[in-house]
Design a protein around this ligand. Structure first.
Ligand code: SF4
Length: 257
């Protein structure tokens, strides 16, 4: 049976209500949860790219760089949803294994018109003893994904190769590792080193040229399309996603009224 509330408990509750007010979750926590879900919100500045964009679909990057409004998912990620998906998932604490962790970098890329683009990246871990760049990917069913050929992913390999290129002037680097973890398993891949200076420059130049001439690049459809917020636009423009889009344009306020 529920215990009767005492007068003091009632008064304390009232005081607590007077003293407190529910507000939005602090932005730092939202950013953190979004990052755990692969959503990166680097400040939208012209010619500013993230490593994740760079190694992903060029069309998606073009849409983002051109300021195309993002669509929304039926069950868009709420802070609560994101939290429930990661709670108890403290795998990211693994990055504390190294003192050199979560290092930011802005890498300048010269463009043919004489200006520069910026690539922003964040390195998960760096082991200075073995001069190893380590990227942590927490996911589900690691062993199953490996067995079925879903891991390791090309974009993950490109990502650490980008870090190698971007951090080369600041850190001595000899090895590149990707560590896949789930609640039960941990599997590490060593990635071949490659200087991606030209590759990065070409990728960005391609998008800058596309913006200039408004030539929409072909979509690079993959399993990642399901997380893309330009699916309807991409589908309608052809040469991109072929399955039913999961994101749809946001409803305009006028339509809501
Ligand atoms: S839906 Fe897929 S192919 Fe189309 S822009 Fe998004 S990621 Fe690229």
């Amino acid at each position: 049976m529920m215990k009767q509330e005492t007068q003091k408990e009632k008064e304390d509750k009232l005081k607590a209500n007077e003293l407190t007010e529910e507000i939005d979750t602090p932005q730092g926590i939202v950013n953190f949860l979004q990052k755990r879900h692969g959503v990166f919100n680097f400040s939208p500045q012209p010619k500013r790219y993230s490593v994740t964009e760079l190694v992903g679909c060029q069309r998606k990057s073009f849409y983002k760089q051109s300021g195309v409004e993002q669509e929304e998912f039926q069950n868009d990620l709420t802070v609560e949803g994101m939290w429930s998906a990661v709670r108890g998932d403290f795998l990211h604490n693994m990055t504390y294994a190294y003192k050199w962790r979560e290092m930011d970098m802005e890498y300048k890329v010269p463009l043919k018109d004489g200006s520069f683009a910026t690539v922003a990246g964040r390195l998960d871990m760096y082991d200075w003893k073995t001069k190893t760049v380590i990227d942590l990917k927490s996911t589900k069913f690691v062993k199953w994904q490996i067995k079925n050929g879903f891991l390791p992913k090309l974009e993950h390999a490109l990502q650490v190769q980008c870090y190698d290129t971007m951090y080369a002037d600041y850190l001595p680097i000899e090895n590149l590792n990707i560590v896949y973890v789930d609640n039960a398993d941990i599997v590490t891949y060593k990635v071949e080193r490659r200087d991606l200076t030209d590759w990065i420059q070409n990728r960005i130049q391609e998008i800058e040229d596309a913006k200039e001439g408004n030539n929409i690049p072909k979509g690079e459809a993959s399993g990642l399309c399901q997380f893309c917020k330009y699916q309807t636009k991409c589908f309608n423009e052809g040469d991109g996603i072929e399955h039913t889009p999961l994101s749809t344009p946001k409803k305009k306020e006028a339509e809501d009224e």
